[in-house]
Design a binder for this molecule. Structure first.
Ligand code: HEC
Length: 449
């Protein structure tokens, strides 16, 4: 992705730190929102299958309860899902500049797939709500004939949407999340720092696969927490058709939360093992332990709520899980930092050189001037200390300048005719500070010879 290399800004180590913090926030937003989206689409698709098979109304009501969770506003979906992917891509292009890793390819495809998936998912959502409207108009016995045929027409296309869009949206969303998993894990493994690595090897890397599994697991947890919080917290205004539907949804979500948070520690450990040793650090292990501990709290609170048949702790769980998600994202960033340490040293060195050149060209720092270098570069062709070349040997002409450096500098800057036995010396075009440095060099070296 050459265009990304072109827009990279030169950055100091401090700027890179800042970008890392922004990346943590970006991943947190992305996993939080897209996790909810994925979880809610997966579960509502599951209920759709059940409803299609059994025609049991309570399943149908649950399709709506879930699909509405993350699709409350198209602008929000765009802001929380697509923008984070693009900003992660720009963030990594700064941090992984000159690294040969093709992460941008996966981010761009992830964003594209996500965009298409959102279109299908919103179509699925609207198809369900339209079906409701059509069945209402049927019940209310609309008499107008041409309106009837119009409705008939839209009803069949709505049914087609209802049938297909959920599945397509779900599959494309999964592909998008998988590409995101590859992109965000790519730099952690140094084996990937090879531009010739094939797409297929990348697709099946253990590292990205476990991260993907982890993502799905987290999606179920986020979704069940949000369902419980949105529909069942103390001051929730949600209306349910019947008590049975309400109880069903409550028990279903609690069990979902308990089972997926119970497997999470296992997948976390799997995730640790799938990472290269090079990405490990003390911080990383500390973060992993903290994350697992927080999840154990979530599990215990959920278990208590199931056992005592209430939902008192749901706000606590929401808070606990948000913190754990933050710990997790921060920890992933820490493994990224450890693996890419040497690359950062390289980049910040790059920056130091860049900064020095910039300051030099702006005249902010003096270039270190070395008299010996100037002698070797500009004078040696005509002068030696002990031999006559084109000009006189320094050992014979410099002694008269002892204690008169000013005059020597003056001569070097503007040579005048001195000795009839020699031709005149051509002006060497030195700057005053260069003439001074070479004069110092001559004065301190002729004695030794
Ligand atoms: C192209 C040949 C040439 C180069 C290059 C050259 N010089 Fe000379 N230099 C001469 C000649 C010829 C003389 C004798 C001039 C005279 O006596 O009029 C001379 C004379 C001198 C003298 C003696 C002046 C005196 O008072 O007798 C000094 C000191 C000197 N050069 C310094 C330098 C330094 C320093 C450089 C390099 C920055 C340099 N020269 C480069 C040809 C050269």
């Amino acid at each position: 992705m050459e265009f990304l290399d072109k827009i990279v800004l030169h950055q100091s180590a401090h700027h890179m730190e800042l970008i890392k913090y922004l990346l943590i926030l970006t991943h947190f937003l992305f996993i939080g929102y897209t996790g909810l989206l994925l979880g809610s689409v997966l579960i509502s698709y599951f209920f759709k299958k059940r409803y299609d098979k059994t025609k049991d109304e309570k399943y149908y009501l649950n399709i709506k309860k879930f699909i509405d969770l993350a699709t409350f506003n198209k602008g929000a979906s765009f802001t929380f899902a697509i923008i984070p992917i693009l900003s992660a891509m720009f963030g990594y292009s700064q941090l992984l500049h000159l690294s040969n890793i093709n992460f941008a390819f996966y981010f761009i495809w992830s964003a594209l797939f996500l965009f298409i998936a959102l279109i299908f998912i919103y179509s699925f959502k609207y198809s369900i709500h339209l079906r409701d409207i059509f069945s209402l108009t049927e019940k209310s016995n609309v008499q107008l004939d041409n309106l009837k045929s119009e409705i008939e027409h839209y009803k069949s296309s709505t049914n087609l949407l209802y049938d297909k869009s959920g599945l397509y949206g779900l599959l494309i969303l999964l592909v998008s999340v998988y590409f995101y998993s590859i992109a965000s894990q790519l730099a952690v493994n140094l084996n990937n720092w090879n531009p010739n690595r094939s797409f297929i090897t990348e697709l099946f890397s253990i590292n990205s696969l476990t991260y993907f599994l982890l993502f799905i697991n987290i999606s179920f947890i986020i979704t069940s927490i949000i369902v419980l919080y949105k529909y069942f917290r103390n001051n929730s205004t949600e209306k349910f058709e019947t008590e049975e539907v309400k109880d069903y949804l409550k028990n279903f979500s609690l069990k979902l939360l308990l089972s997926f948070s119970a497997i999470l520690p296992l997948i976390i450990i799997l995730n640790v093992f799938s990472k290269p040793v090079l990405s490990f650090s003390f911080d990383y292990f500390g973060g992993t332990v903290l994350f697992i501990l927080l999840i154990l709290f979530v599990i215990s609170f959920t278990y208590l709520m199931i056992k005592e048949n209430h939902l008192k702790f749901i706000t606590t769980i929401l808070l606990l899980f948000s913190i754990s998600l933050f710990v997790f994202v921060n920890n992933e960033q820490s493994s990224f930092d450890t693996s890419t340490k040497s690359h950062f040293a390289f980049l910040s060195n790059e920056y130091d050189v860049y900064e020095k050149n910039l300051k030099e060209s702006a005249g902010l720092i003096k270039v270190a001037i070395n008299g010996a270098d100037i002698y070797n570069g500009k004078c040696i062709a005509c002068h030696q200390f002990d031999k006559k070349v084109v000009g006189p040997p320094y050992n014979t002409v410099i002694p008269k300048y002892e204690g008169k450096k000013d005059q020597l500098v003056k001569f070097i800057l503007n040579p005048v005719k001195k000795n009839p036995d020699y031709p005149s010396m051509p002006n060497q075009g030195l700057k005053p500070n260069e003439a001074e440095a070479v004069a110092d060099f001559l004065l301190s070296n002729y004695k030794k010879n």
